[in-house]
Write a protein that binds this ligand. Structure first.
Ligand code: FMN
Length: 349
């Protein structure tokens, strides 16, 4: 009989292993094949929204992403919708269109209803969306980077909180709170199950998350560098080659975002400093640079968001090999730590 790690996360989502491949959108290519591979391997694969600036076509792209994944797996999946707001705090139309497109599809397609198990919101407050997510029969996961935001998400009705530390890839909170400080604090302050995220890439990371009281882990960067991912091979090579000082935080759509340093990050910094380009102009510039990296593999002139953990990733396994390896390693780590806990005779003096 094989050993398994079962937690509130595996129970709630009906998955085998407490490992989530988290949302990786905002680019020209989806993550349907990767998400399906992760779900087939017993984790939870997450589908993502593509570029959010243009509402026309977003709904269709989202339905396409779901269809592509459903053709490859019959296991549970999640969909990530970042909550974006404008300068006045008004929710961006792309967020509403994105969320409504997923929920409409889940309501109208029995195939999608059976398999899209959860929506992961991120970025801004999930308050306007939690009720609609529940009404559609889905589990609401919200990702946040501070204990205060975690408590707010719980109050809004989120079923699972994802605590994602500042070392993460993608958008991060402006206030830098690292995973090791953030996760135990969030776990102490909310009663919902907490998924630990940011900087995780191994079974030892999974064991640490469980030891802190987390119900599992979510990873982005580690899953980018797998054989089941469709982005250009140069993206994976750049991750495997990178060192600990190779990421940089830059201003981005929902706050700061961490990128792999390149000529493009230098140019973007200069554009921000010059302060001459409009917000739309900057977004178009970034989209073109992201496309150069993901599609053309031009890592010098392209933009790639990655977490600090990129520096310690040195291989490109399949999603299944990665998940199996992580579970085995986590179980071994937990057993090794447990074996250090011993009864000792009280000091006779
Ligand atoms: C390439 C890439 C794209 C990402 N895009 C999104 C996104 O669209 N929405 C989101 O909520 N998080 C996004 N993230 C963040 C991840 O979902 C996840 O929270 C993060 O990668 C976890 O930290 P890690 O990279 O250290 O594993 C992205 C991360 C990466 C690496």
């Amino acid at each position: 009989m094989a050993l398994r790690i079962t937690t509130k996360l595996t129970e709630l989502l009906e998955i085998e292993h407490p490992i989530i491949q988290d949302g990786m959108g905002g680019g020209p290519l989806g993550t349907a094949r990767l998400a399906a591979a992760v779900s087939n391997a017993g984790g939870l694969g997450t589908l993502s929204t593509p570029y959010m600036m243009d509402d026309g076509g977003l709904g269709q792209a989202i339905r396409g992403e779901i269809d592509d994944a459903l053709a490859l797996t019959d296991r549970p999946l999640a969909f990530n919708v970042p909550v974006g707001t404008d300068r006045t705090g008004k929710v961006l139309s792309g967020t509403r269109v994105g969320l409504n497109s997923v929920l409409d599809y889940v309501r109208n397609s029995s195939a999608a209803r059976g398999q899209i198990r959860a929506i992961t919101t991120s970025g801004g407050s999930p308050e306007p969306f939690s009720a609609a997510i529940h009404e559609s029969g889905l589990i609401h996961i919200h990702k946040c980077g501070s204990p205060r935001h975690a408590q707010k998400a719980e109050a809004c009705g989120a079923d699972i909180i994802m605590a994602s530390g500042h070392e993460m890839g993608g958008h991060t909170l402006a206030v830098p709170i690292s995973t090791l400080v953030l996760a135990p604090e969030v776990i102490a302050r909310v009663s919902r199950p907490v998924v630990v995220s940011g900087g995780i890439c191994s079974g030892r990371g999974l064991a640490a998350a469980l030891a802190m009281g987390g119900c599992g882990v979510a990873m982005g960067t580690r899953f980018v560098c797998t054989a089941d991912h469709d982005w250009h091979d140069n993206v994976m090579a750049a991750i495997m080659k990178s060192n600990l000082s190779d990421t940089v935080l830059m201003r981005a759509m929902y706050g700061p975002s961490r990128f792999l340093k390149s000529k493009a990050t230098d140019e973007l910094k200069a554009l921000y400093n010059a302060d001459e380009m409009s917000e739309d102009g900057l977004s178009n510039w970034k989209e073109a640079a992201i496309t150069r990296a993901y599609v053309n593999g031009d890592m010098e002139n392209g933009l790639l968001t990655v977490g600090e953990v990129a520096a310690v990733i040195t291989d490109r396994p399949s999603a299944k090999d990665l998940i199996d390896r992580m579970v085995d390693e986590a179980i071994a780590a937990i057993e090794a730590v447990s074996s250090q806990v011993k009864h000792v005779e009280p000091d006779s003096k």
